[in-house]
Ligand binder design. Structure first.
Ligand code: HEM
Length: 436
């Protein structure tokens, strides 16, 4: 799994992020120091990376290249229009045109939006009942199903000939799922379920889970970069130092360099953004057996809501009598249980909380420096955790390498949050300057 991520997924992610850097290079030049909204751009980036990793979709479907080409074609006109619009220098955002998404991506975005809206409605069940009758909804479902079916058929072709000697290497998450299903079916002597609704649902779940949470994290990341200038400079300095040859040669760092270099400040930054924003604020689990939690009897079948943000993670913990803890919990003393018991206040944005100085003076990234619940835990923890770290490492490295995220005017810097299926910022603007 790790090998596939490094060999196959990392280059695909890098390719999309490098295209995205080109896109923002153009926007930075055109905006001339003014802020612009990044929400849609980040959607294009994160849906582009997850569909490339999951399905192997190419540039045609992702839209970054199309957006660059379109923007180049209307560049002069857009700059002229924005020149007229700037009432207060530095305060009015630069207005870029947005190309419509490809039909397939439109369908994925539309369906995601439906899930958010249903959760905000008084009765999600009724919402879906009526919404499913809308022609747009039916169109989106048909496009989504067609996309998944086509990709499954295409991927299955590579594995259709059973061969024990020359098994092809999976190139996407879908191919890896198909390969595992064929192996499981052969072992159990049952027909494979490749062309099934279950397969489509799994694949769709992977894309949705991978796209939306990463969109939320990257949105927060751009806000923290702008708001915490010193921390931003620290990451950039660490990148230029760790990838010194690329920096002195004025070239972009390559994917293998970013993935293989030891850059503790980068890992600490990524982990701190995920900790402090935690887009999935809580999860629900049903007790499979009668149990006891902190002295409270929990009967089998009880729905338990577990917070991944808040006490101990991002605010001081609620005091708990140690005697009410289970034996396993009491034995688990290797990680501090509450950030409030460390020199780093839980509510503060402090990437350095994840760094440790060894006795020989070397500073290393310490992923277990304190409590962290953003990916949940246990056998059903986030399936895409490794992919998420890899993706965020590449995105952060290339964005910070190339752009300075400048402080935003206050009216474009709201920290209000949209709290539905996920927690996301309601406003995401960036104001960029070329860093190199
Ligand atoms: C920083 C980014 C991400 C965060 C914070 C995050 C967080 C989470 C959380 C909290 C869960 C619930 C786990 C549970 O119920 O115990 C989850 C589940 C899941 N995540 Fe992520 N996730 C991220 C990125 C991704 C990515 C990139 C993928 C791509 C594959 C992904 C795929 C999934 C899947 C498939 C599940 C369902 C797992 C299951 O129920 O077995 N996630 N994620």
């Amino acid at each position: 799994m790790v090998l596939i991520l490094l060999k196959v997924s990392a280059p695909r992610i890098y390719e999309k992020v490098a295209q995205f850097v080109e896109f923002w290079n153009l926007k930075t030049r055109m905006a001339g120091g003014r802020a612009f909204t990044a929400e849609n751009d980040i959607h294009i980036l994160t849906s582009g990376t997850i569909t490339a990793v999951a399905l192997g979709l190419d540039d045609q479907d992702c839209g970054i290249i199309q957006n660059i080409n379109h923007l180049r074609s209307v560049q002069q006109q857009v700059v002229k229009q924005n020149g007229k619009k700037q009432e207060t220098p530095g305060q009015t955002p630069f207005d870029f045109p947005n190309l419509p998404l490809s039909e397939q991506l439109w369908a994925l975005h539309f369906l995601l939006d439906v899930v958010h809206k249903s959760l905000m409605s008084p009765s999600p069940k009724l919402y879906h009942m009526f919404n499913n009758l809308r022609p747009t909804m039916r169109k989106a479902l048909a496009l989504k199903n067609k996309l998944l079916k086509t990709q499954i058929v295409r991927a299955a072709e590579r594995f259709s000939e059973p061969s024990d000697t020359h098994a092809p290497e999976p190139r996407t998450a879908l191919e890896s799922m198909i390969q595992r299903e064929i192996a499981a079916a052969r072992k159990a002597r049952r027909p494979s379920k490749i062309h099934s609704e279950q397969m489509e649902e799994e694949l769709y779940g992977y894309i949705v889970a991978g796209h939306d949470v990463t969109h939320a994290v990257v949105s927060y990341m751009t806000k923290y970069l702008a708001a915490y200038q010193n921390e931003q400079k620290t990451v950039r300095a660490a990148l230029y130092d760790a990838l010194a040859e690329a920096h002195t040669s004025s070239r972009q760092p390559q994917v293998n360099e970013i993935v293989n270099a030891k850059i503790p400040a980068l890992d600490a930054y990524v982990k701190e953004v995920i900790r402090i924003c935690t887009p999935t604020r809580f999860i629900g689990k049903e007790a499979a057996v009668d149990t006891v939690i902190l002295g409270h009897r929990i009967p089998k079948g009880t729905m338990c809501f577990i917070q991944l943000h808040g006490p101990t993670y991002t605010e001081p913990g609620i005091p708990v009598n140690d005697t009410s803890r289970s034996d396993t919990s009491r034995k688990h003393t290797d990680i501090p249980a509450d950030w409030a018991d460390t020199p780093f206040a839980p509510e503060k944005f402090k990437p350095e909380r994840w760094l440790r100085r060894r006795s020989n003076g070397e500073v290393v990234f310490d992923p277990n420096a304190g409590p962290f619940g953003s990916f949940s835990a246990g056998p059903r923890e986030c399936f895409g955790k490794r992919l998420a770290y890899l993706e965020l490492r590449i995105i952060t490295a290339l964005l910070v390498w190339n752009f300075e995220f400048l402080p935003l005017p206050s009216q474009l810097d709201s920290w209000e949050e949209d709290d539905s299926l996920l927690t996301k910022p309601t406003m995401t603007y960036v104001r960029l300057r070329k860093a190199i």
